[in-house]
Design a protein around this ligand. Structure first.
Ligand SMILES: *Cc1c(COP(=O)(O)O)cnc(C)c1O
Length: 462
């Protein structure tokens, strides 16, 4: 199995290199050269399996000969052992034909644990085999950073540095990043916004001398292995509701388009998904694009669903690559326009093809709060603001096909917004109760590339 870049100019790589590299050298994103197929029988055979065994069968063809079957099974087992629910991704019913897929039973209470826990074990295994070490640097508005730290802490083949905007993440998110005691974990509070964190991260990757010196690796949502891990729960939940014998649809609270793109891959593999519905908050670039064909960035407007406060939706490039018939030059041109002019227009043909799979909806702040209240009153379920955005949009698309809304975080991760909406303050699950008592460890850094690089050189293990 080879992986190719969405911009058509970087060398194709195997699974291991694709995973360790992250971003392609031509600025593109890696996608599999061909999408493996699961037959009707293969999908039917997933019924009743453990999450781990289903994960093995769904992901196996993408990984090819990077690992033996036994190694890969062990990696998966270790990745999901720390989850607080034996089903890993349990399904609940919200309303007639409307289901909630709970993706928040991992160690940091958000769906990003599914990908990050797996990627931690994949990196560790592969680097051990090679006798190499890497330095992982990530930028976060909250959830990615805590998931990455939780996944890589204590693994001896990596140091993990996470940049977060000082004073701009929730207390739960901050504590999840600053309380792990393992000395390969480095939480960095940067004086600036999330965009500054992301800009400095990009600068580091573009400083090739530094990049090679510390063996920089990225685990942000454009890493193919993260998309792959997320494909699995589309299969397990659809099969629980009767696939492949009947179709299902999904609604996905969306920011960077990574989670919903995994659904697209599942569909292309043969899972009978009718529609994939993009749910956005007031930062609605994707909803506008799917409605008008215009992909145009503006200022990020902070919301109560902060993990979706995004203007450039990086994984959307992968979907464009598909609907432009895998024409890397065409995608590269759109991305140049995005960089130079702040936007682009999707061709009529490509837009039509996007709409064959994707629907979309946008939810305002007021509607999000009202949705949290309404679902609590009608079902007793407390939804996090992101999940509420999803459930609200899904409610507009209910019909004969079962609808599954992805619940992307636990309500206790966003207690202020949930309390404001419902009057109820969701408690942390028991297994995390000590979070408020543990000592914090964090380095405050200025928004300066040189200072950051010096700090990383000094703190990393050699
Ligand atoms: C990251 C995140 C999202 C958005 O997922 P994308 O893959 O970026 O579209 C939604 N909800 C929560 C809670 C998240 O952490």
């Amino acid at each position: 199995m080879k992986y190719v870049s969405t911009r058509g100019k970087a060398p194709s790589l195997g699974f291991d290199e694709t995973m360790l590299t992250g971003l392609a050298r031509d600025g593109g994103l890696y996608v599999p050269e061909t999408i493996p197929q699961m037959s009707h029988g293969d999908i039917a055979a997933l019924a009743g399996l453990s999450y781990e065994e289903a994960a093995f069968r769904v992901m196996r063809p993408f990984v090819a000969d990077t690992f033996t079957d036994d190694e890969f099974r062990e990696i998966i087992a270790r990745a999901y052992a720390g989850f607080g629910h034996v089903a890993r991704a349990p399904l609940k019913q919200l309303a007639p034909n409307h289901f909630l897929l709970e993706l928040f039973h991992g160690p940091t209470l958000a769906f990003k644990d599914f990908a990050m826990q797996l990627i931690g074990q994949l990196f560790q295994h592969e680097l051990k085999k090679r006798g190499e070490r890497v330095t992982i640097v990530g930028a976060t508005s909250g959830d990615t950073g805590s998931a990455a730290i939780e996944a890589f802490k204590g693994l001896d083949a990596v140091d993990v540095f996470i940049l977060f905007p000082h004073g701009r993440v929730s207390e739960v998110q901050r504590r999840q990043m600053t309380t792990p005691a393992e000395d390969n974990v480095h939480a960095l509070a940067l004086d600036g916004h999330f965009d500054d964190c992301q800009a400095r991260l990009k600068d580091m990757f573009n400083d090739f001398a530094f990049r090679d010196e510390v063996r920089l690796a990225g685990v942000n949502s454009i890493n193919w292995a993260r998309v792959l891990a997320q494909v699995v729960y589309y299969f397990t939940s659809a099969v629980a509701l009767g696939a492949p014998h009947r179709e299902v649809s999904f609604t996905v609270p969306t920011g960077n388009f990574g989670d919903i793109f995994a659904g697209y891959i599942a569909r292309r593999m043969g899972l009978p998904i009718d529609k994939l519905v993009v749910a956005t908050n007031q930062n609605d670039i994707l909803h506008r694009c799917l409605t008008t064909g215009e992909y145009r960035t503006s200022e990020v407007s902070p919301s109560i669903s902060p993990s979706m406060d995004i203007q450039v939706s990086s994984n959307f490039e992968r979907a464009l690559f598909e609907v432009y018939d895998r024409d890397g030059a065409a995608v590269a041109q759109l991305m140049d326009e995005l960089k130079g002019q702040g936007g682009f227009t999707v061709s009529q043909g490509a837009l039509q093809r996007l709409r064959e799979t994707f629907l979309s909806g946008r939810v305002s702040e007021e509607e999000t709060l009202a949705a949290i209240r309404q679902f609590r009153d009608e079902t007793g379920e407390l939804l996090c603001p992101h999940s509420a955005v999803g459930a609200r949009v899904a409610a507009d698309h209910l019909g004969a096909t079962p609808m599954i809304t992805l619940a992307t975080a636990h309500p206790a991760k966003f207690p202020d917004a949930v309390e404001r909406a419902s009057g109820e303050r969701p408690p942390l699950p028991e297994r995390m109760a000590s979070l408020y008592d543990l000592p914090e460890r964090v380095t405050r850094v200025e928004n300066d590339l040189g200072a950051l690089e010096t700090l990383i050189r000094d703190q990393r293990h050699k």
